[in-house]
Design a protein around this ligand. Structure first.
Ligand code: PAF
Length: 270
């Protein structure tokens, strides 16, 4: 289909998802709709990006509701393959972005990004999009996919769309569904820590170590939440920065009960 679309001079947009759709996904779909003639979405809970002790089995699944939402959003094609279709028995081929895949979430979740880059490259081969849309909430994922596309000369443009938040600041995530009301409140510390860092940057602080210390202090006030990492990194290389410069990203991951949540903020110098 993608070839026929291109033959007609049309632009094909692609939104890969693992389902359990929320406003964040819908914003990707509307960005795709706004700049493409045909929009394809995929729903595939990719087993290879989950570690052995992670939440693959209980990952929220709401296929019927997702289909209704996709239809309402005017998605033209849905690709929802089975695990056997994407990973035939004996599949041993992986796509790995070396180095970057071991940073941020990759450090805490070994093998996670290898699973992501493998499935995303397979989806790109099947769908053959002109442009693919990802949420900026997964800042490391965006950087790694961009690098994969560059290194492998894949003919697809990567569009990163802004984080969508609940009114109180919590970044939208399918995993928010795991939180009980108390954890839901505790989870706000991720956003608060980023806001505190942004304020310090606005006040003129440039030293990453000082900014990270301020964020950690914020976490100190919410002891029920276990900080995994808070780092200020270069948006492309994901390397920690000493001084905040244009394009720096403050990235955080933390466990609220057993639920691991992430969030980030692109820091702009005042
Ligand atoms: O961001 C996600 O939902 C997943 O990592 C993706 C890109 C759909 C790959 O499984």
């Amino acid at each position: 289909m993608s070839r026929a679309v291109r033959r007609d001079g049309k632009r094909l947009g692609f939104v890969p998802t693992m389902g359990a759709l929320h406003e964040g996904h819908l914003s990707l779909l509307s960005a795709a709709r706004a700049s493409c003639d045909i929009v394809t979405a995929s729903i595939f809970v990719n087993p290879t990006q989950f570690g052995p002790n992670e939440d693959l089995e209980k990952y929220p699944r709401s296929f019927e509701r997702d289909c209704e939402l996709l239809e309402k959003e005017g998605v033209d094609v849905l690709f929802a393959p089975s695990v056997e279709e994407m990973y035939p028995a004996g599949a041993v081929t992986w796509v790995t972005v070396e180095e970057l895949s071991g940073k941020l979430d990759g450090r805490s979740r070994p093998g996670h990004f290898r699973g992501v880059t493998t499935i995303v490259s397979k989806l790109f081969h099947v769908v053959e999009p002109d442009v693919a849309f990802f949420g900026q909430k997964d800042a490391a994922q965006v950087a790694i996919i961009r690098r994969m596309v560059r290194d492998l000369n894949l003919p697809v443009e990567i569009a990163a769309c802004p984080i969508v938040r609940e009114v109180d600041g919590l970044a939208m995530s399918s995993r928010n569904a795991y939180l009980d009301p108390q954890q839901r409140k505790q989870a706000l510390v991720l956003h608060r820590s980023l806001m505190r860092v942004e304020k310090r940057v606005d006040e003129g602080e440039r030293k990453a170590a000082k900014l990270v210390a301020a964020a950690r202090e914020e976490f100190g006030r919410e002891p029920a939440v276990r900080l995994d990492y808070f780092e200020i990194v270069d948006a492309q290389s994901l390397d920690p920065l000493e001084d905040v410069s244009k394009g720096a990203v403050a990235a955080v991951a933390a466990y609220v009960g057993p639920t691991r949540l992430i969030d980030n903020l692109v820091l702009r110098e005042g």
